[in-house]
Design a protein around this ligand. Sequence first.
Ligand SMILES: NC(=O)c1ccc[n+]([C@@H]2O[C@H](COP(=O)([O-])OP(=O)(O)OC[C@H]3O[C@@H](n4cnc5c(N)ncnc54)[C@H](O)[C@@H]3O)[C@@H](O)[C@H]2O)c1
Length: 466
Amino acid sequence: MAKAQNSKNKATADKTEKTVDKNEAKPSRPKKSATKSKTPSVAQSKTGTTKKTTAKKSTAAKSKTVKSPTQTPAAKSKTAAVANKKTVRRRGGASDKGWKGRLQLINKTYVELDGKTILVTGSPGFIGANLVLRLLKEMTSGTVISFDNMNDYYNPALKEYRLRAIEEAASKSPVDHLFIRGSIADADTTMRIAASYRPDVVVNLAAQAGVRYSIEHPEVYVDSNLVGFFNILEACRRYPVEHLVYASSSSVYGGNDKVPFAVDDKVDNPVSLYAATKKSNELMAHCYSKLYDVPTTGLRFFTVYGPAGRPDMFYFSAAKKFVEKKTIRLFNYGNCKRDFTYVDDIVEGVFRVMQGAPARKKGDDGLPIPPYALYNIGGGTPENLLDFVSTLQEELVRAKVLPKNYDFEAYRELAPMQPGDVPVTYADSRALEEDFGFRPTIGIREGLRRFAEWFYQYRFKLHGED
Ligand SMILES: NC(=O)c1ccc[n+]([C@@H]2O[C@H](COP(=O)([O-])OP(=O)(O)OC[C@H]3O[C@@H](n4cnc5c(N)ncnc54)[C@H](O)[C@@H]3O)[C@@H](O)[C@H]2O)c1
């Protein structure tokens, strides 16, 4: 059973619980308005006490708590109407570059986000939380639902921390935010969320991530990444959406040695179960696009990093180990290259892609031409692991996480290649740039600087843990 909570008052929400009539029509959409406000990113969250106080205040100010996903479409329409009355902001950056006007020429349907209900699974995970913050900042009205099982693959305190940042942002946004705790692998819960809220756009980021973990815990990957994704597809089929965007991964390229990796390269030789589940997601999505006309776009993310990122990822665990005076291991003797992508660049890509759904069209046989698309999102400049570590070290010193005289050499060990790992990842993201007018811009120096500064705050000022 899923637990839902959000930033509003529980008593009110409890009153909204009703049985869902699955045949009830979708509510009409509220009119658009143009707005903008400053929303803190996860990284920008203030220090412990200040943040807690603000978050608490905001929770009271903008509370809408639903115990379980049984809010009716009628209730949803009320929510949207309330949202529309909130402060009007001006739209920002990403939407002003003219790429939207070209969507029709490339067989895409423009998806207006304002006034809509957006379901983001895997928020408050790393990428999901950052995406939700962006949506709360950019949208002028509507509802964003975060759906996550808050599993303990890494310390859930970090997810709670991100959730607080979301709640704080929601308190200043004209958009409503709702958090539902539950698993996409639970068909019943997933279907009830779809039936109750009828999302217009679904972004599926919930998954068991990590290549190495899949070697020891394969069953979790089958559960979340295959069964869970199947449930998402079924939900999108039964309660049609304008667009389903989902996370795939650069790991589908396995040991391919043709670089850069392009989406039409052969990816039939996964070297980890994680990669196999992500490739399967692409195949399953294609099938649902073809059979049921569900517009889907898969995004192959390349090594995403940034503040409040995933502690299991190299840059984060290395920072932690340096602080704890433990040895970091550089696999393949440091001779790996990774196409690191800063999280804001990923979010920019997802945000744009959400608004350009593959168009629904019929073929000569009267059947759907699958409204299906797939893109890479990667920084486009693979970094040698040793260079990456040097930059990380410099930035950790600059941010005062480590002293200037820290003996990095004493805490570095060169180790052989790990099973499931690949020597190089390198994204060809030209298709994304051509279709959505965007390519990642944030380099390693700037990205690691922001990470190191956040790490200092989080670890030494907030007494948080990873
Ligand atoms: N971070 C990267 O470098 C990277 C690279 C390629 C692909 N991806 C993909 O991007 C997506 C987001 O990754 P992330 O880095 O934010 O990871 P993350 O682990 O921080 O976020 C994933 C979230 O999904 C949740 N989750 C897992 N299983 C679930 C389930 N069954 N039901 C509901 N929630 C569940 C987790 O609790 C977590 O909060 C994932 O699909 C991941 O595979 C990430």
